[in-house]
Design a protein around this ligand. Sequence first.
Ligand SMILES: NC(=O)c1ccc[n+]([C@@H]2O[C@H](COP(=O)([O-])OP(=O)(O)OC[C@H]3O[C@@H](n4cnc5c(N)ncnc54)[C@H](OP(=O)(O)O)[C@@H]3O)[C@@H](O)[C@H]2O)c1
Length: 237
Amino acid sequence: MDVANATVFITGANRGLGLAFAREARRRGAKKIYAGMRNTGGFEESGVVPVRVDVTDKASISAAAELAADTSLLVNNAGIAALIDGPLASDVEAQSIRMFETNYYGVVRVTQAFERILLTKPHAAIINVLSDIVWLPRPYLTPYAASKAAAWSFTNQLRFHLREQDVQVLGLHVGFVDTDLTSGIDVAKASPEDVVRQTYDALAAGKSEVMADRGTAMLKGTLAAEVPGYITPPPGL
Ligand SMILES: NC(=O)c1ccc[n+]([C@@H]2O[C@H](COP(=O)([O-])OP(=O)(O)OC[C@H]3O[C@@H](n4cnc5c(N)ncnc54)[C@H](OP(=O)(O)O)[C@@H]3O)[C@@H](O)[C@H]2O)c1
């Protein structure tokens, strides 16, 4: 799908990667852009319509879907992360519940609410914002990683389920991106603009997934190895 022909709805679009998705959609001439966000107060972005939505709140999702019934491209972007001491930390359960509510069930709920809307469009697509973390051992991100791995699995089931109905489902995998989410982490980061450009290009090329940085592409390349990257990450990761 070419974004230029789409009406786009993006969750978590008031900042970070979500805002970059909105701006790049506008740059590419999308018909209409809905920026989903928990708090619309003070949001002003030319050519972008703010819509209140909290992905943990079904009523707000239904209201947003009703308002944005012309959507043909859904971008499930909203997400949260937290650092913990490791897979056996005392807060692993509480943090996992929190991460799953937004990063997994949030994606499921929003996709369910938009399914009927997308199925009535001649060309429709869904982008799910995932991560390299689905394959990368990072014990301090255990709850986040588990929630993103679940969202990846959902993405794969969804893609197969919707294939017959011509809805393109694209998974975006990427490592560190320069947004508020990673502000406290001092590592090399991809720019949100570059990640979004690659994602819309992949969508236009009819692809099912995109690895938006070299490290993530390299990591995915190890999956068929005897010792894949999720057991021993390649050097540099
Ligand atoms: N940054 C990275 O390194 C990186 C790497 C791979 C994948 N990702 C993924 O990229 C996506 C965007 O993250 P980001 O880096 O742009 O982070 P960010 O700057 O922290 O932005 C997160 C966005 O999600 C929104 N959000 C959080 N909980 C929400 C909820 N319950 N309902 C609606 N919106 C909610 C936030 O809204 P508020 O302003 O209201 O908090 C904000 O707009 C996430 O799915 C993240 O997991 C990020």
